[in-house]
Design a protein around this ligand. Sequence first.
Ligand SMILES: O=C(O)C[C@@H](Cc1ccccc1)C(=O)SCC(=O)c1ccccc1
Ligand SMILES: [Zn+2]
Length: 170
Amino acid sequence: SLLPILRYPDPRLNKVAEPVTVFDEQLKTLVADMAQTMYDAPGIGLAAPQVDVHRQVIVIDISEDRNTLQVFINPEIVTASAEKAPYDEGCLSVPGIYEEVERPARVTVRAQDVNGKFFDIQAEGLMAVCLQHEIDHLKGFMFVDYLSQLKRNRIKTRMLKEEREKKREK
Ligand SMILES: O=C(O)C[C@@H](Cc1ccccc1)C(=O)SCC(=O)c1ccccc1
Ligand SMILES: [Zn+2]
């Protein structure tokens, strides 16, 4: 089912997500709901805290045909290149805002799949950007935290204004 996505600056987006320890049917249902929510948004990634579930679960699909779902449970960055790369990032919790963020160009991530099996992935390009963006969500960080305080405050003001307008429409 579609899950409501929390909007910045909702304080629940700053909570640190708990590790997953039980790999059961409920986890599979959460992953399916997150995938459906991501495709519907549409987005190329989604982290569980964005749907107010504070567990270390991420879904990503950067494929052209939007038919290649990747699931990362309890992910951690084990190596990151010294070389950085800029990218205009967006976020489903900060709709309509795209700002340049610099991150390590290549990362190695260790994670578990939905059955609890460990795997390592080497990522570069958009996959590296998206993985770091989603893993930040699990730590209670968002891409706006890398911007200047001036820019972040302008975005916060705009999001709050849109939230008020949305409520008035109802
Ligand atoms: O908020 C999120 O985690 C989802 C976010 C992931 C992301 C995008 C770009 C750079 C880093 C991380 C998004 O998917 S925002 C929407 C978006 O970028 C997009 C949507 C449809 C097609 C292609 C891109
Ligand atoms: Zn995001």
